[in-house]
Design a protein around this ligand. Structure first.
Ligand code: PXP
Length: 241
């Protein structure tokens, strides 16, 4: 059965909107684990727009399931990963101006560079994944880097504007999953997955992990709003006593 790992970056996005203490992604991670997720994911970006170094350090001490670190393939990030020791790193391309990760990592022609980059992490017992587009050339290149996993980018499928394009993207992803498995890679899926579009993968065999953030945190905000307002109304009512 596939596992669910939850990306808590957007809890930190909300905190960083006020540069304050709450909501704390560390607390969110604990709730995610208690609710049955098999792992917690954070993306430590170069610009630290959401997750902070402090979050990663505390999460390493507190996450009991699996801690995955999404990161760019830079020296800075590798040093942090080696120091922190997440269970897995997922290499992603990173642009300063993007709203979120926009596309898969380009592995073509970078196999040796990526292999060298990953080697110290593997030696330290950190597993590795490459976030790639559903493209057979990228899959074959990824397999040559020594990474154990690929995460296939589902964002183009999630964002497809019409049924034909959505169907084409789904076909591409399903074919990519098959090829990656044939190349000996474990397959994760992520980006733009939500409570509706995830159903398309129900019958696809061999998916190891779903990496989901935005839709879960969005749902949490709306589901929690009723309780949050009631709590404040109750406090204000007590002023009259
Ligand atoms: N996988 C990767 C590599 C990502 O960069 C992200 C976004 O941080 C996700 C999965 C989660 O995507 P979403 O927030 O759309 O569920």
């Amino acid at each position: 059965m596939p596992i669910l790992c939850v990306n808590v970056d957007h809890v930190a996005t909300l905190r960083q909107a006020r540069l304050g203490q709450e909501p704390d992604p560390v607390t969110a991670a604990q709730m995610v684990e208690l609710a049955g997720a098999c792992g917690v994911i954070v993306h430590l970006r170069e610009d630290r727009r959401h997750i902070q170094d402090r979050d990663l350090a505390i999460l390493r001490r507190t996450v009991r399931t699996k801690l995955s670190l999404e990161m760019a393939a830079t020296e800075e990030m590798r040093s942090i990963a080696l120091e922190t020791g997440p269970d897995m790193v997922c290499l992603v391309p990173e642009k300063r101006r993007e709203l979120t990760t926009e596309g898969g990592l380009d592995c073509l022609g970078r196999e040796d560079e990526l292999r060298d980059f990953l080697a110290p992490l593997h030696a330290a017992g950190v597993r590795s994944s490459l976030f790639i587009d559903a493209d057979h050339r990228q899959i074959e290149a990824a397999a040559r880097t020594g990474a154990e996993y690929v995460e296939i980018h589902t964002g183009h499928y999630a964002d497809a504007e019409d049924r034909t394009r959505r169907k084409d993207e789904l076909t591409r992803i399903i074919e990519a999953i098959r090829r990656a498995q044939a190349a000996g890679l474990r397959v994760n899926l992520g980006h733009g997955l939500n409570y509706t579009n995830i159903q398309s993968f129900a019958k696809v065999p061999g998916i190891f992990e779903y990496s989901i953030g935005h839709s879960i945190i969005s749902r949490a905000v709306l589901l929690g709003l009723d309780r949050a307002v009631r709590d404040m109304v109750e406090i204000i009512r007590t002023f009259a006593d």
